[in-house]
Design a binder for this molecule. Sequence first.
Ligand SMILES: CC(C)(COP(=O)(O)OP(=O)(O)OC[C@H]1O[C@@H](n2cnc3c(N)ncnc32)[C@H](O)[C@@H]1OP(=O)(O)O)[C@@H](O)C(=O)NCCC(=O)NCCS
Length: 169
Amino acid sequence: MNYISVALHPSHKKENFTCGKQLLDTYLHKQAKQDVKRRLSACFILADGNEIKGYYTLSTASVERRLLPEEIIKKLPPAYNDLPAILLGRLAVSKNYQGQGLGEMILMDALKRSYFTSLQVGSMAVIVDPLDAEAIRFYKKYDFILLPDSGKMFLPMATIAQLFSHGSY
Ligand SMILES: CC(C)(COP(=O)(O)OP(=O)(O)OC[C@H]1O[C@@H](n2cnc3c(N)ncnc32)[C@H](O)[C@@H]1OP(=O)(O)O)[C@@H](O)C(=O)NCCC(=O)NCCS
């Protein structure tokens, strides 16, 4: 499978990365390497040589059944209270490259990895935890649905499958 990102590597210049959101910058500078080492998340980098143009993280997660929309709940077996999902925990593009389509490209890369992972390890949705209203607007553009009470958003894997099962990306 072809992806535009690679796993975070010591040669990547993490400390130079800035996306305009301090939490996401600090995470990459100080925490990402440790999280990867502890298997808390996987971190993927869109790089040009050693320069980081963007990054995202993926982890396993679960979503409570009661938070999902009724039309999805009614198709699920009643025994499942927590549904398996993939958390796209962080996604950011360097300030130097924003507004050039890279955000969409790395989101598609993250969804593609998630889809192919779901064929090996059951996951019925990708969940995101948007930082602020701007991030909510970005994810809404790609049909993520806001989950009530949690601040999280989700996109069913069945929707994502339509993007990748015919090789259009
Ligand atoms: C949000 C972010 C990833 C977008 O990256 P980008 O490379 O600038 O986005 P793109 O150029 O690929 O734009 C893709 C589409 O999203 C829209 N978009 C971009 N940033 C947006 C934002 N902050 N809010 C709403 N829509 C946004 C663009 O207008 C574009 O839509 P269009 O093609 O209809 O014009 C980037 O601005 C960023 O890293 N921000 C700081 C971190 C952040 O907020 N991450 C969000 C997850 S927590």
